[in-house]
Design a protein around this ligand. Structure first.
Ligand SMILES: [Zn+2]
Length: 235
């Protein structure tokens, strides 16, 4: 089992670890702990460095986090120093948080549920069951989202026992009930006063860190399913 440092501290950029296993067929390492996000929930994986070795991809397989590297695999027991590509990761944290503000705002104002989403640094798309969405609403939503970002909502991360998490009504709408039975702990990410989700990703601590967003495009995927594209302003 790898200790997932990014789940507790999303701002951890560097860390020390020990190689606990290797997978030569993928040129991958497993560590005792990691700050590298392996991807999931729409947020892409981190890249970066382990000692002098470039980490080109990180992915989760079962309980293990595989760090796929360029160059020769260090042997099991080797001490490594990890450095996450922070510029990319911080953009993803801001984008991921912006997606939650969008999701929370659209649910509060229109009752529309999210059915999916995807993001890259400073860009994201989100799908809703949102029959009423029309072009005229796009700028209204953009304004409402930017207002919430500016309002400076705090973001709180908690790791709860499964039973406790299942008693939170707000989590039910994000399909927490579909979590595999083996999972005994649920990580929740709350934008205080706006949004609460079961989520394994990385987010900023306060919505003001997101900066300004733009709803760049909108697409109708049928009578009910609509897609919104957002961009987070670079700075
Ligand atoms: Zn999320």
């Amino acid at each position: 089992m790898t200790e997932l440092l990014y789940q507790v501290d999303g701002y951890l950029k560097e860390f020390d670890a020990v190689v606990t296993n290797s997978v030569p067929s993928e040129n991958a390492l497993v560590l005792d702990q990691t700050a590298f996000y392996p991807g999931g929930g729409g947020q892409p994986n981190d890249v970066g460095m382990l000692n002098q070795l470039r980490v080109v991809k990180v992915r989760k397989t079962g309980d293990a986090i595989l760090h796929i590297i360029e160059g020769e695999l260090p042997s099991v027991g080797t001490q490594v120093h990890g450095a996450v590509d922070w510029d990319r990761r911080y953009k993803l944290m801001r984008t991921h948080t912006a997606m939650h503000v969008l999701c929370g705002t659209v649910f509060r104002d229109y009752g529309a549920l999210v059915t999916g989403g995807d993001m890259e640094p400073l860009k994201g798309r989100m799908d809703f069951e949102f029959e009423r969405l029309q072009k005229e609403l796009v700028s209204v939503i953009e304004e409402a989202v930017n207002r919430e970002i500016l309002a400076g909502h705090e973001i709180k991360v908690k790791i709860l026992p499964r039973i406790e998490a299942f008693q939170i009504p707000d989590l039910i709408r994000t399909k927490i009930n579909l979590l595999p039975e083996g999972i005994q702990q649920v990580r929740t990410v709350e934008i205080v006063g706006l949004d609460l989700q079961a989520d394994g990703g990385t987010h900023v601590k306060n919505t003001t860190e997101v900066g300004k967003i733009r709803v760049a495009d909108y697409k109708s995927k049928g009578a009910i399913n609509k897609r919104l594209y957002i961009e987070v302003q670079d700075r």
